[in-house]
Design a protein around this ligand. Structure first.
Ligand code: GLV
Ligand code: MN
Ligand code: MN
Length: 415
């Protein structure tokens, strides 16, 4: 096998072009299920087609580009990531993996090199938590885990997820067509920025992900009483935000005490009602997110938290309730894919090391359909989910080259 020259300039130009499709007032923002998201998708469809890929949107709203393989009996090798962003996020989280996949596929086409396996490039729908409160929507559907009750979730403007899927070109009534069997994928590989500091601090070019952290989310609601902020004496108030602030502080302290697990917990989303300067907050809804390699720890954190804070909240005349929103188990990456990534990096003369992913990824759901692996590249200061997220063109190219060599190795060895 000769080393492959992907077109590094084309990859970088595409990264820049897609990242510029952003809400101008909140760079870098391309929220799933928004008109901007569809604009990004339209651009991606034309690039996928220009790259020689047969391109469709599946029933779950995933954009899929495909190249046939030479052996019709083989399952597809899948490359993927996502084109949606968090609000005011970065330019590379997600799109790097989609565009590196496109670059690999287009380079194969241009070289006249046909894999034995079909090759599929996925832009998974809504990897980041969407306005429906759910993340990894497209990859969940691949694993048959997008349930009917999830389709009934509504975003604040009233749209249901069922309607949202149709809005992005999916078909909520045909989700069964997307579901894969547990051995439906020959292998899945995703290139992503590390979103941490390990690779940069060590000067290592490539991270080989060992496992993806488990993520548990719960909706916590604190109910008090909305009142006039001038006319209600302090001892008579039931201020839901005061209770919420107590919960936020307790989450922080408990997670800090458990940080050796390692466990992290965050309350990053709060909705305050009525949210007016001159009204006592009557209700606060917030999302608690707990991440840990120990699955039981992610589930028990919220339960014991509520037990701990309830007496203090009752003393403030507040009620508190918690209900689970989503749960993703910690997911190991498969040795067969990890070994292929390691061999690929070494064949290209690039340094590599194993490391876990503290971020969630679509691979958690794709793993229910076949072996998965992830290729990390360094990002500046480990910053991510923030506008400062930054990588160098050569780091994007390294990720795409390792992806190419990994896919060729998997194609040669997998049945
Ligand atoms: C995805 O970016 C996540 O880790 O939440
Ligand atoms: Mn992200
Ligand atoms: Mn991501």
């Amino acid at each position: 096998m000769t080393a492959v020259a992907i077109d590094a300039n084309r990859l970088w130009e595409r990264i820049e072009a897609l990242s510029r499709i952003t809400d101008p007032d909140r760079p870098w923002t391309r929220r799933s299920f928004s008109p901007l998201f569809l604009k990004g998708r339209e651009w991606l469809v034309s690039e996928f087609r220009a790259g020689g890929l047969e391109t469709t949107v599946d029933a779950a709203g995933n954009l899929v580009g495909r190249l046939d393989g030479s052996d019709p009996h083989l399952k597809p090798i899948v490359i993927g990531s996502h084109s949606d962003t968090v609000p005011s996020g970065g330019r590379y989280d997600g799109i790097l993996g989609v565009l590196a996949g496109l670059e690999v596929a287009q380079s194969l086409v241009e070289r006249g090199e046909r894999l034995r396996h079909p090759l599929e490039i996925y832009d998974f729908l809504a990897e980041e938590p969407s306005e429906f409160g759910l993340s990894c929507i497209g990859s969940r559907a691949l694993a048959g885990m997008l349930s009917a009750s999830m389709l009934d979730l509504r975003r604040p403007d009233g749209m249901s997820l069922r309607e949202g899927l149709a809005y992005v070109g999916g078909d909520p009534e045909s989700l069964a067509s997307v579901k894969r069997s547990p051995d439906g994928t020959a292998a899945y590989v995703e290139v992503h920025i590390e979103q941490g500091r390990v690779l940069e601090q060590e000067g290592t070019a490539i991270g080989i992900v060992t496992d993806i952290v488990g993520i548990h989310r719960e909706r916590i609601t604190v109910k008090g009483r909305a009142d006039h902020a001038g006319a209600t004496p302090m001892p008579l108030r039931a201020d839901a935000l005061v209770g919420a602030a107590h919960i936020v502080g307790t989450v922080y302290a408990r997670a800090l005490a458990d940080s050796n697990k390692p466990l992290v917990a965050t309350i990053g989303k709060l909705d305050v009602l009525p949210n007016a300067a001159n009204a006592v907050p009557g209700e606060v809804e917030m999302v608690l997110e707990v991440r840990c390699g120990d699955e039981a720890a992610t589930r028990t954190f919220g339960k014991t938290l509520i037990e701990e804070v309830r007496p203090s909240l009752e003393a403030l005349r507040l009620e508190v309730q918690a209900e689970p929103v989503s749960h993703a188990s910690p997911t190991p990456c498969a040795p067969v894919v990890r070994d292929a990534i390691r061999a690929a990096a070494s064949s290209l003369g690039l340094s590599s090391r194993d490391l876990p992913s503290g971020a969630g990824h679509d691979g958690v759901f794709v793993a229910l359909t076949g072996p998965i692996g992830m290729i990390f590249v360094p990002c500046r200061d480990g910053r991510s989910h923030a506008p400062e997220e930054s990588i160098e063109p050569h780091q994007a190219a390294d990720g795409a080259r390792v992806l190419f060599e990994t896919v060729r190795r998997l194609d040669a060895t997998l049945g």
